[in-house]
Design a protein around this ligand. Structure first.
Ligand code: SF4
Length: 98
């Protein structure tokens, strides 16, 4: 890991499934991070590619996928993708970002 990466706050992402429309935009942008389950809603995946089926589950945002995850949050029609800093839980992308 480079010094620059170490200095960057670690981010995690979670989805509020209660607001998910199931359109699948996030899974198109970042299929490594998001996937639709059989209930038609989007969930995040672990670093091991496992679908995390608990509502509101969080997963780390891999740095190479940050742009795709950020774009997913911006384009999400349900406004239900939340990207936040691990350290202080402040949302940086998503409906609750300042
Ligand atoms: S983009 Fe948002 S609303 Fe659409 S499937 Fe993903 S989380 Fe659900």
């Amino acid at each position: 890991m480079t010094a620059q990466e170490e200095a960057r706050p670690e981010l995690e992402v979670w989805i509020d499934q209660d607001l998910c429309t199931g359109d699948g935009i996030c899974a198109q942008y970042a299929p490594e991070v998001f996937e639709l389950d059989i209930d038609g809603l989007a969930y995040v995946k672990s670093a091991d590619d496992e679908l995390l089926q608990d509502k509101g589950a969080t997963t780390p945002v891999p740095l190479p996928l940050l742009d795709d995850v950020r774009d997913s949050a911006k384009e999400c029609p349900g406004d239900c993708i939340h990207v936040r800093r691990v350290t202080d839980q402040v949302e940086v992308y998503g409906p609750d970002a300042e």
